[in-house]
Every structure is written in structure tokens, then in C-alpha cells.
Design a protein. Structure first.
Length: 1060
């Protein structure tokens, strides 16, 4: 997740949504890769679609109510709905998608059946002359087949007595449908309306759901431009604000299809600019206190072009936007340009605008309070009264009840006694997603019914509104016989005559709760009773409504066929709880706005490199442990449970992290293999105690400390963590100069993800690759294998093994394959034989497997915070005698991975290195030739036996160390050994390859089984059994090649050999 933001890539590669699998995959990527909170909307529209089951709703409601109790300051609506349904949980989204597609499948099946019946009735009428021919020949052929199948179904379902199946069964329902279809029965009026409703709800060209993103919880800001003029205005405005002309050429991230209604285009050629909030931004006040960039209370900012009606809207919170490939009648949403990090100038503008509006509202309240005789304390008391006095406590006095389902804005709905419709009034609350009340301190209640009762009707008439009252007005109507002044005095505990307050009609939702009759009528007159009824149409009998939330009328202006027409970005209520903090305290003044500094994360969609760029400055392949674990990459260490994979990994790490003593180089060894000191971060996902014991025991045995090079994270790092957590981890790795990061185990890090899903595993690998590129550290994953003893492979999806550079397998050896003496020794000593091997090496050779052992070792006592020994006793006062497991060699001895001295100085003498070194090199060459001659893979190995490959395969680092041979000494000894082997008939040359001598193999090796290593060795070593031959030969060559140097030379085993 570090680096390029995936929004553009995901939007631009949106899959086909005609199947639930495609939709689930898309939303999973949006949630996991981009951190977006996704929600479903009804097909062909932007109306939220609640597809939860009744059971899920009950469970959500219980959690929601607890959330409201725990967060009273957030002003959450009483019921989940609208944009609170947005979620970044792939499992939850998958359930919603499956439920929604099942609804669609059932609805489309019913639509097809009703269409078939309609056309079948038409065909019947055409056949009897009751109607003119209007059906095409192809359709008639289809109907004939359908009728034949229906008649067959009727015959099959009819009992032997000639009666239909028992009523109430599925067979009876199928029988009735087949009978109606075969007889061409006309559709009833209800069925015709049902067919029209389905066809209207599910567009022919796109009957699948649309998808939207709630911007606030997704840490995104979206600039909504509805027209080409608004796009041009945003570019001009952004250029002015930033001083950067690049904005004049910036394309919208998403192009919207526009709105076509009443025969004309209302909006066209618009789009959405997406900005992601950089959670890693350095955003603090002057006191160093961190501040959330854009709190919940900031919902939107509208920027109008002076002297025109052109304006765009900056969406910040409590709003959702449709995303590609969502589709409406006008067209589809399409990806166009990249997303951007939220720039500092845009952040400052949003916050400044909000502070300006807040200050303006405060001034208006003060002016009104002064005009009405209320002081600041009285105003504060009144606002507190408004927050604590609920709509339900007022309406319940008249017998009104709360309707279970909230309105589309998330506000509660109330039903009057004896009303025919459950929606008699919508009582708006703070936090309402309706744009008119988003910033109001005291949003009103709107009565939909014409018969709210005499008290309320009288107050509505007195206020001169179209059914809208403030909370004070409602209290006055219900409790104070219409006396608003008395209701105000009671609310703030003023004595009679203590205030000169008089009822005054003021601006909509402003002041102290008085409603402007002109503004309210202008807004509310657009919502006619007939319009409300058309949207609140009850489901037809026995035909469940396909949309859970679509039937309720929104308390918003309606034009055209949808309450959301003319607005590409929609305010709504919301669903799933994201564990957000309450709104933070904003700066009191604009001058106190903190400076917003982004981390300059690149958002370019694709970066391409030329071949020359790849060649230039690209380092060669390097290893953490030579030939075992590749550096600057992701490696995998796998094994079954209790096979010792963690023990092996920690043994490797401790060898790399051991302290460096005076006179020692940076190079160390692990099991005789060169490595180098490195700083290590170990993420212990399966408990820190076992890791602590093992490392402490290693330190005690080797007499070395790893404290200066190894740090630990005591719990798992969840890969599903937000981008901010990944960024923090990366910055911590860089700040501590970490070279190697180990995640043990992968399963613990992938909590909440599916190991067997290539999508989830691929996502995890992508995050790790980005982390590796961002930090430059090598990553080692400890993972489990399958339970197959014959062919153990890493557990889970194949996307993992395809991405790693090195893979090491740790296996317990089969005791039955060992000879009796070894088996008896292992059993007596209590050690466990294991085999460690490289099963994948992307860019290197495969080293020979190591046969090692797991050996019990004592754990040294621990120290308390004062440095004193802690008694290691259990709850019963008995010493624990805690022991752990270390890695030993094949004999069960724990070798000291570090020799006493890892650096020494050697003066080159005038004479060559001892002849024993040359003999040892010659023996190694012959041993390698034997390897090329024996075994089932000898043909492949012979093909690879070049001079360079053969020298590398000898692995003579320890010999060079013991005999004091330099790199050049090794090369000379190797060439001399090849000459001896060639002159004595051991090898021959085939081009650049060095192969066993065929004449020798045919004469002396006749009848020898080439899988019998000892027999082949005896046949080949015969010609050079006398070492003096080699010594005499080498001594003749040495005089001409020996060189003397006075300067000392440091031998660095890790650099050997590089080949001739």
C-alpha cells in the first residue's frame, strides 16, 4: 500500500459485475488495497440498497445501539441505513453482495415469467382473432416451446387421480404457474403493475447493483463537478489556490454520465476528482498535539464562481459517490485520470471555510439572542436543552410512536395514532445527512400527514409553514398551548418576564429553532403528497419488494423520477460502524490551523523503465546467507508444525545479529556458510516467550549478545491494517536501520484473510513487496506446509510461492530411513533429526541440504527491571527448569556459528601456500566429477559443468580460511587441479564444459553401477592415489606464479569465490 495509490488502477480495471463472484472480487480489492468503504446501491440508480437479512439487521442494531451509547457526542442516527452501510470488511461485503444477487436472480426470473405469460396471452388472442398479429416469428417459436414444456410440467405434477398437488407446497405453486402459462391466461392488474415495477427497478441493459464509496470513512475527499463548466472552474480555481499550472491539465479521476431528465440534459460532461488523505501526514498544532485532518463535522464545501451560477462541491464526510463501473440510464461511470494526495492548500481551504461558517453561525446566534433578550449563557442552556430533549418524549404525549425504519437521511420516523401510513413525520436530528440540515444546530421536524392533531395543526398554521416546526415550536404546541415564549423560558429556567423573548420567524434551521415559512415552503412544496405516495407504494400482495430501503420516501426535494436526480454525490444516512473517534476539537481561529505536510507518496498510475535504466546502476544478486536466502527480496521458510522452522530461522538470525568484537569484521557464519551482521526486526505472531527463551539460550551457548542488532514486535502485525499502519511500520524500519524483517507466522499476520484465496494472498504479497521496496529491507516469512509427507508445499494459494525469491524447507527426518546406530543415538539423546533444504532459488544455485538436529538447551534465568535475577518457579514454588530448542549439527552437537576470530592479517610470502591446500582442491575437483557421474540427474549436471560453475560448486571458503589462501591462490590451485585431472585422464573438455573422461569411465568403470558412489570413486581416484604426483606437478608451476606482498590482507569469506 506504500507508493502508488491503487484507486486509479482499480477503477480503470473494474471487472464485469454481472456475477456475484466478480462483484465480490472487485469490492474486496477496493477495501483491502485502497481502504475504501463500499456500499451497494439499487440497479441503475444511486439509492442505497440494504440487502441484509433480518438476522443480520438484528445483530447490527444491537451493536449500533451500543455504539450510540458509547459515543454520545457523535450524534449517530438511531438506526443504521444509507451510507452507514458502507464497509471495508470483505466478508461483510461478500454477504451483502450474495444476498443482493439472489434478490436480483429471483426478481428477473419473475419478470421473465410474467413476460412469457403476457406474450402467451397475446399469442392466444392472435390465434382466436381477438387481436392483431404483433409477435415476431422467433418469439412465437419460443412461446411454442414454452407451452409444450408447461403442458409437460402440468402432466408430470398431476396426481394419478387427475388432481393437482396439495395446496401450499412448492409443487402446487409450480403447477399453478405452468397451468397459467400453458393456457395463456391474461395478467391481472396487480401482476401488470408488478411487472412494470420490476422492469423499472432493474434496467434491461444493467440489472445489476451499482457500487458507491462513502468518502469520510474512506479517508478520501471528492470534488464533484456536474458539468464541463464546473470542471473548468475547478481547474481554474485549483490553479489560483495552488499557484501551479498543472491543475489546468488535470483530468477528473472518474467521468460521470450526467443526468438526463424531462427531455433535456440537466448535467453533462462532469466528473469526480479523488483526493486521498495522507494518514501519515505531519499534521499537528503549535503545541505538537496531533489533529485528525478533517473531522466528521465537516461535511462539504461549495465553491461558487463569482458572478455566475457555476459551482462545484468538495465532499468531505457523510457523503457517498458512485464509482466505476456503475451504470445509470445516461451511461456508465468511467475512470479517466489519477487520484491525488490531498494537497495542503486544499486542506487549508476546507478547514478555513468550515471555521468561517462556524464563526458566522455563532455571530448570527449572538445577534438573535441579543435581539431576543437572551444572553450567551441562556443561548448555551437552550442548545443543551435541544440536545437532551428528544422528539419521542414530546410526541409520545399525543400517542405518537416511533416507526422502526429511519428515513433515508438517517433520522427517526414517527407514526400518528390511527394513521394509514407509518410515515407521519420525519424528526431531523443533528448529524442529519440532508444537505439543508447538515450544519444546523437544531434541525426541524416535518409532518407528512395532513392530520397531525389539533395542537400541532394550530402551530403549523400560526407559523405559516407547510408542515415544518422547530423543537421549541412543537413543545409549545404540545405542552404550552402554543406559547413559544413560555416554552423557551421553561427550557432555560427563566422566570416569567425575565426575558423579552418574542416569537419570530427566522431563517431555515437557523437561530434558536424558528423556521422560515418562505424558505420552508420553497423547499417542501416540491414534495407533493402524490409524489410521496408514488415512492411509498406498498409491495404487491405475495410479492416481496426487491429493495429493502427503496420504498421509503426521502425527506428531500424530488424532481423527475428519482429523489437523487441532479446530484452526482448523495447525502444519506449510514450503516456499518467504523470505529472512529468522536469529532475532534478544531482550532478556534483560522490562524491556528496546523500546517499540513504530505509524505509525497506518488500516485502515478504506472511507471515504465527503459532497458538502459534497468542496466544502469542495478546491483548484482546478493544473499543474506550465501546460496540460502536472497537479499532485498521476500524469502519463505516453511515446514510443518513442530518441525523446527522457527528454531532454524532464529538460529540464522542470531548468527547475523551477534555482537561484533574488537578486531572482527562484519562477516560471520551460519553452519559454516558465510553471512554478514545485520539489524533484524522479528515480528512474533505466535508468542514472544518462546522466542525470548530461544534467543537467550543461543546467547548463553555462543557467548554472544544479539541485543545490539535484533529488536522484536511482541504481537502479530495484521496485514489488513490500514495504510497508516503500514506506513508507520515502514518508517520505523527505516528509522532503526533494519536490514531484515521476519514475520512468524504468515497465518497470524493474515488474520481475516483467506490463505487459499489467490486474491487475498496476492494482496498480502503486494503489500509486502511495497514494504520491501519502500524500506529496502529483506523480508522473511515463516509459514506452514501442507500435511503431505512426500511432497510438502507451502499451505495456501500459489500466489505466495510465485512471488518469493528463496524458499527454505525444514522437515523432520524419517527415523525409519536412518541406520540403527543413528536412530538409537537420537532416541537416547532426545534429539530430533531435521533436514533443511532450499526448494526454490530464483536467482542462484541450490546448495546441498543440511542434516541438522533439534537439541534441548537450558534457558538462562531472566532479570527484573533492576537487573536482579528473577526466581524461575511456578505457582507451586517448584523450579520450572525451563528448556528450549536450539539447532545442532548432524551429530547433535550445537556448533559455534562464529569462530573465535573472524578477521586476521596475513602477509604474502615469496613461496606459495602449502601443497596440502592444492591437494585439497584437487580432491574437491575429483569429488565434484564423481557427483557429475552419479545419480539420476547426472545428465543435467554435466550440461551445467562449466569452469566457472565448477569452481563455485567447490565451496572452498573454509579451506581458504584454514590455509591462508587468497582469492588468487584459489584460482591458481583450481587451474592446477584441472590440469592434473586432465593429464591423469580424470576429466576431458567438451567446449566450455568439463566432463568425466569417457575412456576412463568405459575401461575402468566397466560394469560399475554409477549410482554406487564408492565404486565410482575407487575407479577414478586410482590414477592419482599418490599425492606426491600432484605435489610434484604443482611445485613445478608454483615458482612462476608466486608473488610477494608486504601489505597485510584481510580475508573476507563472503566474497569468495567470484569465478575466474
Amino acid at each position: 500500500m506504500l507508493g502508488m495509490h491503487p484507486i486509479f488502477t482499480l477503477f480503470g480495471t473494474a471487472p464485469d459485475l454481472s456475477t456475484p463472484a466478480g462483484a465480490a472480487s472487485y469490492t474486496r480489492q477496493l477495501a483491502q488495497q485502497a481502504g475504501l468503504h463500499v456500499m451497494l446501491t439499487q440497479p441503475g440508480s444511486k439509492i442505497p440498497w440494504d440487502t441484509r437479512t433480518d438476522k443480520d439487521r438484528e445483530a447490527d442494531d444491537a451493536q449500533w445501539q451500543q455504539l450510540r451509547r458509547d459515543n454520545p457526542d457523535r450524534n449517530l442516527p438511531e438506526k443504521m441505513g444509507g451510507f452507514y452501510l458502507a464497509s471495508n470488511n470483505p466478508t461483510r461485503l461478500n454477504k451483502l453482495i450474495k444476498s443482493g444477487y439472489k434478490i436480483i436472480e429471483a426478481e428477473l426470473a419473475e419478470r421473465d415469467f410474467l413476460r412469457d405469460r403476457r406474450d402467451m396471452a397475446q399469442w392466444r388472442r392472435e390465434g382466436t382473432g381477438e387481436a392483431k398479429a404483433s409477435l415476431a416469428e422467433d418469439r412465437i417459436a419460443e412461446l411454442a416451446e414454452l407451452r409444450a414444456q408447461a403442458l409437460a410440467d402440468v402432466d408430470e405434477l398431476t396426481t394419478d387421480e387427475g388432481k393437482p398437488p396439495r395446496k401450499g407446497t412448492k409443487k402446487y405453486q409450480k403447477f399453478v404457474q405452468a397451468t397459467k402459462l400453458s393456457e395463456g391466461e391474461d395478467l391481472t392488474g396487480d401482476e401488470q403493475r408488478r411487472l412494470s415495477a420490476i422492469e423499472h427497478t432493474y434496467p434491461e441493459d444493467h440489472p445489476w447493483p451499482n457500487f458507491a464509496v462513502e468518502v469520510g470513512s474512506s479517508n478520501a475527499v471528492v470534488v464533484d463537478c456536474d458539468t464541463a463548466d464546473e470542471v473548468a472552474w475547478f481547474k481554474e480555481w485549483a490553479t489560483q489556490q495552488s499557484g501551479d499550472a498543472k491543475w489546468m491539465k488535470t483530468m477528473p479521476t472518474v467521468l460521470s454520465p450526467g443526468v438526463f431528465a424531462d427531455g433535456e440534459w440537466k448535467h453533462r460532461d462532469g466528473g469526480h476528482y479523488w483526493f486521498t488523505i495522507d494518514e501519515a501526514a505531519e499534521l499537528t498544532t503549535d503545541d505538537g498535539v496531533p489533529v485528525k485532518p478533517l473531522p466528521e463535522e465537516i461535511t462539504k464545501v461549495t465553491v461558487k464562481k463569482p458572478g455566475t451560477n457555476v459551482q462545484f462541491t468538495i465532499m468531505v464526510n457523510r457523503a457517498y459517490v458512485l464509482i466505476p463501473p456503475s451504470h445509470r440510464a445516461e451511461g456508465s461511470y468511467r475512470a479517466a485520470g489519477p487520484s491525488q494526495s490531498l494537497p495542503g492548500w486544499l486542506y487549508s481551504y476546507i478547514l478555513t471555510d468550515h471555521i468561517d461558517r462556524r464563526e458566522k453561525a455563532a455571530r448570527k446566534r449572538e445577534e438573535k439572542a441579543q435581539r431576543e433578550g437572551l444572553g450567551p449563557e441562556e443561548v448555551e442552556q437552550l442548545e443543551h436543552w435541544w440536545e437532551t430533549r428528544t422528539w419521542g418524549s414530546i410526541l409520545s404525549q399525543l400517542g405518537w410512536t416511533r416507526y422502526g425504519k429511519p428515513d433515508s437521511c438517517g433520522c427517526p420516523v414517527f407514526s400518528r395514532p390511527g394513521g394509514s401510513s407509518p410515515k407521519s413525520a420525519t424528526a431531523h436530528v443533528r448529524g442529519c445527512s440532508d444537505a439543508r440540515y447538515a450544519d444546523s444546530m437544531d434541525p426541524p421536524i416535518h409532518f407528512w400527514t395532513d392530520s397531525p392533531g389539533p395542537e400541532i395543526s394550530a402551530m403549523i398554521d400560526a407559523a405559516g409553514t407547510s408542515g415544518t416546526l422547530s423543537k421549541l415550536q412543537l413543545v409549545a404546541a404540545v405542552e404550552e398551548a402554543g406559547d413559544v415564549a413560555k416554552a423557551t423560558r421553561d427550557a432555560i429556567d427563566l422566570p416569567a418576564g425575565g426575558s423579552s423573548y418574542e416569537y419570530e420567524v427566522t431563517d431555515l434551521g437557523g437561530g434558536l429553532g424558528m423556521v422560515n415559512s418562505v424558505a420552508t415552503e420553497r423547499d417542501m412544496d416540491q414534495v407533493s403528497e402524490s409524489a410521496y405516495l408514488s415512492h411509498a407504494q406498498a409491495p404487491l400482495p405475495d410479492t416481496p419488494a426487491p429493495v429493502a430501503d427503496g420504498g421509503q420516501q426521502e425527506d428531500t426535494p424530488i424532481t423527475g423520477s428519482s429523489p437523487f436526480v441532479g446530484d452526482d454525490t448523495t447525502y444519506e444516512a449510514s450503516e456499518e460502524e467504523e470505529e472512529e473517534l468522536p469529532p475532534v476539537e478544531l482550532p478556534a481561529k483560522k490562524e491556528e490551523i496546523p500546517v499540513y505536510k504530505t509524505s509525497n507518496i506518488e500516485h502515478d498510475p504506472i511507471r515504465l523503465s527503459s532497458l538502459e535504466e534497468l542496466r544502469r546502476g542495478r546491483p548484482p544478486v546478493r544473499f543474506l546467507i550465501r546460496e540460502w536466502l536472497q537479499e532485498n527480496s521476500i524469502s519463505l521458510v516453511v515446514g510443518q508444525s513442530n518441525a523446527g522452522k522457527s528454531a532454524v530461522v532464529l538460529d540464522m538470525l542470531c548468527a547475523m545479529a551477534a555482537d561484533q568484537r574488537k578486531g572482527e569484521s562484519d562477516f560471520t557464519q551460519w553452519m559454516g556458510v558465510p553471512t554478514k551482521r545485520r539489524n533484524i526486526l522479528y515480528v512474533a505472531g505466535e508468542g514472544i516467550d518462546g522466542v525470548t527463551n530461544r534467543v537467550s539460550a543461543w546467547e548463553k551457548h555462543h557467548g554472544r549478545s544479539v541485543a545490539g542488532h535484533m529488536v522484536f514486535k511482541e504481537e502479530a502485525f495484521k496485514f489488513l491494517s490500514p495504510e497508516s499502519s503500514w506506513y508507520t511500520l515502514g518508517e520505523s524500519i527505516k528509522a532503526n536501520n533494519i536490514d531484515v524483517v521476519v514475520f512468524d507466522t504468515l497465518a497470524m499476520m493474515m488474520t481475516g484473510m483467506e490463505e487459499n484465496s489467490n486474491d487475498d494472498m496476492g494482496q498480502a504479497v503486494s503489500w509486502l513487496q511495497n514494504l520491501q521496496r519502500h524500506t529496502g529491507a529483506s523480508i522473511i516469512l515463516v509459514h506452514h506446509t501442507t500435511k503431505s509427507a512426500d511432497n510438502p508445499t507451502p499451505r495456501g494459494a500459489s500466489a505466495l510461492t510465485g512471488a518469493v525469491a528463496s524458499q527454505v524447507l525444514v522437515q523432520k527426518r524419517d527415523m525409519e530411513t536412518l541406520d540403527e546406530d543413528m536412530r538409537e543415538r537420537f532416541e537416547q539423546e532426545g534429539t530430533t533429526p531435521i533436514r533443511v533444504s532450499v526448494t526454490k532459488q530464483k536467482d542462484g544455485r541450490y546448495p546441498p541440504a543440511l542434516d541438522l538436529t533439534l537439541v534441548e538447551a537450558p534457558v538462562p534465568p531472566r532479570l527484573d527491571k533492576d537487573g536482579n535475577l528473577m526466581p524461575d518457579i511456578d505457582d507451586f514454588g517448584v523450579p520450572n527448569n525451563t528448556r528450549t530448542v536450539l539447532v545442532g549439527d548432524t551429530t547433535g552437537v550445537i556448533p559455534r556459528n562464529l569462530p573465535p576470530v573472524t578477521k586476521y592479517e596475513q602477509k604474502k610470502e615469496s613461496h606459495p601456500v602449502p601443497p596440502e591446500f592444492h591437494c585439497r582442491v584437487l580432491e574437491k575437483v575429483v569429488e565434484r566429477i564423481i557427483t557429475l557421474t552419479t545419480g539420476p540427474s547426472r545428465s543435467r549436471r554435466v550440461q551445467e559443468s562449466t569452469r566457472t560453475r565448477l569452481l563455485d560448486d567447490l565451496r572452498l571458503n573454509m579451506e581458504c580460511y584454514v590455509y591462508g589462501a587468497s582469492k588468487e591462490d584459489l584460482k591458481r590451485a583450481f587451474e592446477s587441479a584441472l590440469d592434473v585431472a586432465f593429464h591423469r585422464g580424470i576429466v576431458e573438455y567438451e567446449g566450455s564444459r568439463i566432463v568425466p573422461n569417457h575412456t576412463l569411465r568405459d575401461s575402468q568403470g566397466q560394469g560399475i553401477d554409477r549410482t554406487d558412489r564408492d565404486a565410482v570413486r575407487a575407479a577414478m581416484m586410482g590414477p592419482i592415489s599418490d599425492k606426491l604426483v600432484a605435489e610434484n606437478y604443482i611445485s613445478e608451476e608454483s615458482e612462476d606464479t608466486a608473488e610477494a606482498e608486504a601489505e597485510p590482507q584481510t580475508v573476507v569469506p563472503d566474497t569468495l569465490p567470484d569465478g575466474p
